[in-house]
Ligand binder design. Structure first.
Ligand code: B12
Ligand code: SF4
Ligand code: SF4
Length: 227
């Protein structure tokens, strides 16, 4: 009998939900590995996320059956990933749970991504249109394929249109002035961002065809308006 490759097993369990494994790594001696529920330090982490709007139809269907849930996307992620973790012998952790786990540092290391001037990590194919819904921790070593680290799209982007598209200059390449963004979104003219998505993110030419569909853009922008 052949034992399934754990990454293939994880990919198969995630696929019905529009999710994919997004790289991972084995914690080293100098790393602050998170503790598992049995108190032992995790040995490996596999990041889980989506590209473009792949999760949206699955999330929308789930939401129809759970119309009154607070934080619906986080709750859906927990529902799905807790089951997947059980199926593959791992433990799920989530980006919005406090204390925050360093998802972006993990993704830099596990998927070879780099930060854009907006603070979001940029993917060579999907650009800024991707995010993480959780990660699976394991008490064992997982054999990860090697990853390419030499293709950072921002290095060859001379104009950097992302930095000049925000009407209130919320991004300066180092920090995100979230207060300025929120104040703008509360004004009538902020509806352009609220309805269509962050103009800075949309200005990036990389992976533009994978930009979230309008309904998903509005869903992600709404919490910014609420403050
Ligand atoms: C708190 C938080 C915010 C805060 C503050 C961000 C900040 N200054 O760190 C606010 C509310 C402003 C925010 C905004 C957004 N965020 Co946010 N955020 C987080 C969260 C929950 C914690 C960040 C943290 O402190 N981590 C702990 C430290 C130890 O981890 P770290 O990996 O070292 O943290 C890195 C970040 O802090 C990053 N960073 C520093 N400055 C900024 C600024 C921005 C705007 C971002 C996005 C990151 C960032 O650099 C650190 C080193 O790599 C993370 C999830 C997570 N657990 O990391 C998501 C996360 C970073 N956010 C994410 C996203 C998508 C957004 C939004 C686009 C949400 C949206 N509207 O769709 C916006 C961006 C603004 C916009 N106008 O659209 C994604 C990024 C995915 C990616 N491709 O990189 C994450 C990973 C969540 C996810 N589910 O995938 N976010
Ligand atoms: S516009 Fe250019 S610099 Fe900005 S995120 Fe996209 S590729 Fe990077
Ligand atoms: S949502 Fe609009 S105001 Fe906020 S950072 Fe993006 S472009 Fe600027």
């Amino acid at each position: 009998m052949t034992v399934a490759d754990p990454l293939e097993q994880i990919a198969a369990a995630l696929e019905p939900h529009g999710l994919v494994p997004r790289g991972g790594f084995v914690f080293g001696a100098g790393d602050e590995a998170p503790s598992l529920s049995n108190g032992v330090s995790a040995r490996s982490v596999v990041l889980v996320g989506h590209f473009g709007s792949s999760i949206w139809p699955h999330f929308v269907e789930w939401r129809r059956a759970h119309p009154y849930v607070d934080d619906p996307l986080d709750t859906w992620s927990k529902d799905v990933l807790t089951h997947v973790a059980d199926a593959v012998g791992g433990q799920a952790v989530f980006p919005s749970d406090k204390p925050y786990l360093p998802f972006q540092q993990w993704a830099k290391r596990g998927e070879g991504l780099s930060a854009s001037p907006l603070g979001l990590l940029i993917h060579p194919e999907y650009g800024l249109w991707q995010a993480f819904r959780g990660a699976l921790l394991f008490d064992r070593v997982i054999d990860f394929p090697s990853i390419a680290r030499d293709n950072h799209p921002c290095d060859s982007c001379a104009e950097k249109p992302c930095l000049s598209a925000c009407p209130v200059d919320a991004f300066d390449g180092k920090n995100f002035a979230v207060g300025r963004c929120r104040s703008y979104l509360a004004e009538p003219k902020g509806h352009e961002c609220l309805d269509g998505g962050c103009l800075a993110r949309l200005a990036c030419p990389v992976g533009r065809e994978h930009a979230y569909i309008p309904e998903q853009q509005r869903f992600h922008m709404a919490p910014f308006a609420r403050g």
